[in-house]
Design a protein around this ligand. Sequence first.
Ligand code: SF4
Length: 390
Amino acid sequence: MKLAVTEDRLSRHSAESLSFMDTEDMLRLKVKLLTAGARLPEGVSSGRRGGAGPVRGRYFVLPSGRSCGIPIRRGAEAERFGSAPLEPTEDPTIWLYDSSVELRMIEKPDFLGLTTEDGLPYSQIALLHCTDCLATTVYQSCRYWDEGTQCAFCTIPTSLEGGDTILDKSPSHIAEVVDSAEKRGIIRHVLLTTGTPEGEDMGTTRMVNIIREIRKSSEIPIGVQFEAPHDISLIDEVVQAGASAIGIHIESADEAVREKMCPGKHQHASRDLYIRAWKHAVGLLGRGNVSTFLLHGLGEDTQLTMNFIDEIAEIGVMPILAPVRPAPGSHLANYIPSYVGDLDGSLRTYKNLGNALYKWGLNPDSSVAGCQSCGGCTPIHEAYDWAASL
Ligand code: SF4
């Protein structure tokens, strides 16, 4: 399965991309889109309002053939971030970015308008991320919100409050939507994430039950995300159930930033626990199939971040460096990330990331599932391509 996926993706991307833009151009475009964002005309949706992961973005296919979840900004915020316009063209699927680059908008697929056998809208159970990743937040709440120690960038309750989703998705509902999407040839992999529930298992029991249900009828690659459990053996259960990739997200390599931005998570797990959990998961799933998010733009120390990236890439953990996306409903609603106005500095950072990925043989295209496989919210694919082309 792993080889087939890799070869298919490489052939899909390479032919179109390299003749049109070189790897430096592609990296610069992706970094600019993910940091500055773009403006859409009034009346065009800005994407989902809240939930896990970056919100208020629309998915587009870039000239390289890869995808990008572009943050959509308007008004004063767009001015602050320097967001260039996305303008319609004669072809309703094609939009012109910054008067120069044609991007293809990825529309919400029709199948998300269906309902389950017992009448629940598919769109309340899962969403499509980029072109081929079915993603769901299996538990749409988090104990840190209850304690007032939530991550500063988090909007997990917003989509629940807005009626866009449900609190606790059942294994059978998720498996039904996966089955439906897979039969229609829409998806290539599945992403299961979660807010952290009460209890010591950090949500892994819920994940095991869902994976087992999916595995009754499908071999599709499944990426799973949860917080580092103190009992490392819980990771074995997730893998034995059939997970293909695991994300355990430390969010920042800079401990001062992590303590300030993720007080609940910081209190729960030391950096040592993350390292132990990652090493254990890499031993089970192989290099590149274990990942961690590292947010860019929270005022983190760049050198410290790069040293950490080198350290974890060496042990086989995929560092998903991604620009933080401030959103209403979070503590960072009016935050101005440290990358704003410094595209060249951001580009240098992602080139260093690409060098580390290449040095340690971590090609995101070789990952079978998870955010590192999709790559819509991070320039890691483009950074690797740039480093590999030198
Ligand atoms: S761990 Fe942090 S980012 Fe994740 S759901 Fe909880 S508060 Fe949000």
